[in-house]
Design a protein around this ligand. Structure first.
Ligand SMILES: C[S@@+](CC[C@H](N)C(=O)[O-])C[C@H]1O[C@@H](n2cnc3c(N)ncnc32)[C@H](O)[C@@H]1O
Length: 281
């Protein structure tokens, strides 16, 4: 029985870099058992056969293999630094209008992260008409992207959204609220497998993504095997413009890796800056 469970975990490792050890393995096993019940299949060997015969099942497997926990303004300090330091600094530096800012939310889950970024940007800039603000938000999970595109969240999921932002950027109903059109227009959701970027010599062009001023890749790396984490750090570095910023999750400090980023000490949270000139130039 474990041989086929192992085949499934190897497929997830090879195709999306996800690693299943310890309790993550137990959680995956439980979720897969539920899927077997739904499909009326007796064991992992028959699920493996089903997977090979039904390519569409791969998407369902990715959905159940990923952990999608997220919230609005998760790690508030990072958003405060973006609002109070990075944006005002960009406004001072670039006087030519329109100014532009491209941000990637890699592993955006159900959309709370990119929408929090969009709200922060609109709050921070002194005149939105003078900016071209683009947020590309990508995730492996189609289920997550579907939720993200609706932009609707119930009150429980809006707990961490400041009241002022809810009033300014959302349209409320009795159970929750929908992100306003102004915010939705700023975010482009795409299906993104980071594995595709990591395999490429030029990740910015492989998926037609281009380069970014800021990348949020938070609480994604922790689900990858350690050897893949190093590769992800290198790929994110390649995707950033010189002087660009990388925001990582609380459990993803870069000192564990070889890298050319400089920690932004003044931020008091995990934000890194790519040097204007790389060591190899
Ligand atoms: C725990 S959530 C983090 C969401 C958000 N970044 C945050 O910090 O609140 C991790 C997300 O990464 C996505 N993910 C995992 N592997 C991925 C991959 N290979 N490519 C793209 N997204 C991936 C999952 O689908 C999930 O939605």
């Amino acid at each position: 029985m474990d041989e086929y469970f192992d085949r499934i975990t190897h497929l997830l490792r090879d195709k999306c870099r996800l690693s299943f050890t310890g309790h993550k393995r137990t959680i995956l096993r439980r979720r897969l058992e539920t899927r077997l019940e739904q499909l009326n299949l007796p064991d992992f060997s028959s699920y493996w056969g089903f997977l090979l015969a039904n390519p569409a099942e791969e998407g369902n497997l990715y959905d159940l293999a990923t952990t999608n926990e997220t919230s609005f303004f998760r790690n508030l300090d990072q958003f405060l630094y973006l609002k109070n330091d990075i944006i005002p600094c960009r406004e001072r530096q670039s006087t030519a209008v329109p100014r532009s800012l491209r941000i990637l939310s890699a592993g955006c889950s159900t959309g709370e992260e990119p929408y929090s970024i969009a709200m922060t940007l609109l709050d921070a800039v002194s005149c939105a008409d003078e900016w071209r603000l683009e947020i590309v938000a990508g995730d492996l999970s189609e289920n997550c992207l579907q939720v993200a595109r609706t932009g609707y969240y119930d009150d429980n999921r809006l707990r961490k959204l400041p009241r002022e932002y809810r009033e300014r950027f959302m349209v409320s109903d009795a159970q929750g609220a929908t992100v306003s059109d102004d915010i939705k227009r700023m975010v482009r959701f795409i299906r993104l497998n980071l594995d595709d970027l990591m395999k490429s010599d030029c990740p910015a062009w492989s998926a037609g993504l281009g380069y970014f001023d800021i990348i949020f890749c938070r609480n994604v790396m922790i689900y990858f095997a350690p050897s893949c984490q190093q590769q992800l750090v290198d790929t994110l570095h390649q995707l950033l413009l010189p002087g660009g910023y990388l925001f990582t999750g609380d459990a993803e400090p870069l000192h564990l890796f070889r890298h050319e980023f400089v920690p932004v000490a003044a931020a008091g949270c995990l934000i890194y800056q790519k040097l204007e000139k790389s060591f190899n130039e």
